[in-house]
Design a protein around this ligand. Structure first.
Ligand code: ATP
Ligand code: MG
Length: 318
């Protein structure tokens, strides 16, 4: 069996938080805790979880924007710490949650896009023109977009530019952070279709972050469910709604937005305070299956059924 293209082992990322008083010691916020995951070549691997659970922090640590406090990320067997930054940029790219915010507002789209081509790939202006023309076509944007400024383009166009920028570096792995969350449903569908086409055209592998269960189910092959900085469950996306084993995944499936507009009161309890981690399992206060063991220790992620890994003392019976 081929080795995974991405191997993440015991990854931890902390932030140190300043206190209101200068004399008080800094506090440590553990945003990503002991995460281990494998992503296969050509896979669309989803990451889902509530706001603040650590999705973006995990994604940014995987691509090397944040340095891990401990643990490793390997791309094709090479630890990212040992990959020179230019090569790392040509291997994996992060597509920002807010694509407009990541562009320089005083530069045209062309000026924004050409810098990495020059710096990373050392292309001359003729080659840059050719590459930009090809890429605009690939992401379905008219060439005139190159001469517009970021404030002159729509959210859907901005997302296409964000994807184009990531692909221009020649990367085969894209980490897409909520690429469709800010878009209207019809534009969401267009961007997802574009991503599928680009994946086939350029043989890409995606990590796809979203808090929308329906999008993850439709778009991804496998999905990791994150809770309070940890992985609660890894399962095939097709099992998300009906065959999940972790009570948190069950809760996400039950409370996913529906047309009936019901208010789901069970979802109103928030994540625990990130600076005050509870003893035992962080999901215990919200869990329908909670038992004695949950108050004592945090469960480890284990293979429970074919292709389903679960971190739970009392998983749901299927
Ligand atoms: N640069 C930072 N400095 C300090 N704390 C941070 C920083 N970035 C994130 N955090 C904290 O880390 C935790 C995880 O944040 P993160 O942005 O990764 O969550 P997320 O799952 O991407 O949320 P969202 O769905 O809202 O984008 C949160 O408690 C957040 O407040
Ligand atoms: Mg985020």
């Amino acid at each position: 069996m081929p080795k995974p293209i991405i191997q993440i082992k015991n990854l931890c990322k902390n932030f140190s938080i300043k206190q209101a008083s200068l004399l008080a010691p800094k506090q440590v916020l553990k945003a990503v805790k002991n995460v281990s995951l494998d992503v296969k070549k050509g896979e669309i691997f989803g990451i889902i979880g509530e706001s603040g659970c650590g999705k973006s922090t995990l994604a940014r640590t995987i691509v090397g924007i944040y340095k891990a406090d401990s643990g490793t990320v390997k791309l094709d067997e090479n630890s990212i710490e040992n990959i020179p930054s230019k090569e790392l940029n040509r291997t994996i790219q992060y597509v920002f949650q807010d694509p407009l915010g990541s562009l320089n507002p005083r530069k045209t789209i062309r000026q924004n896009l050409q810098t990495p081509l020059h710096l990373l790939l050392g292309l001359n202006s003729h080659q840059i023109n050719q590459k930009l023309t090809e890429m605009m076509e690939a992401v379905g944007l008219p060439l005139r977009t190159l001469y517009q400024y970021p404030h002159e383009i729509s959210g859907g166009q901005a997302q296409r530019i964000g994807i184009a920028r990531a692909l221009l570096a020649g990367s085969q792995i894209l980490v897409l952070d909520e690429p469709v969350s800010a878009l209207d449903v019809s534009v969401q569908a267009q961007i997802l279709e574009l991503l599928i086409n680009l994946k086939d055209k350029f043989s890409l592998t995606y990590i796809f972050i979203s808090h929308d269960l329906a999008v993850i189910e439709a778009f991804c092959n496998r999905v990791a469910v994150m809770y309070y900085g940890e992985i609660a469950e890894v399962l095939p996306a097709t099992k998300l709604y009906s065959q999940s084993l972790h009570p948190y995944t069950n809760l996400l499936a039950r409370t996913a937005p529906r047309l009936d507009n019901e208010i789901h009161t069970e979802f109103q309890i928030e994540l625990p305070d990130p600076l005050k981690p509870p003893l035992g399992c962080a999901f215990a206060p919200r869990c329908s299956n909670v038992g004695e063991a949950c108050k004592e220790s945090s469960p480890e992620l284990k293979l429970l059924k074919e292709n389903s890994y679960v971190a739970c003392h009392y998983p749901t019976k299927q």
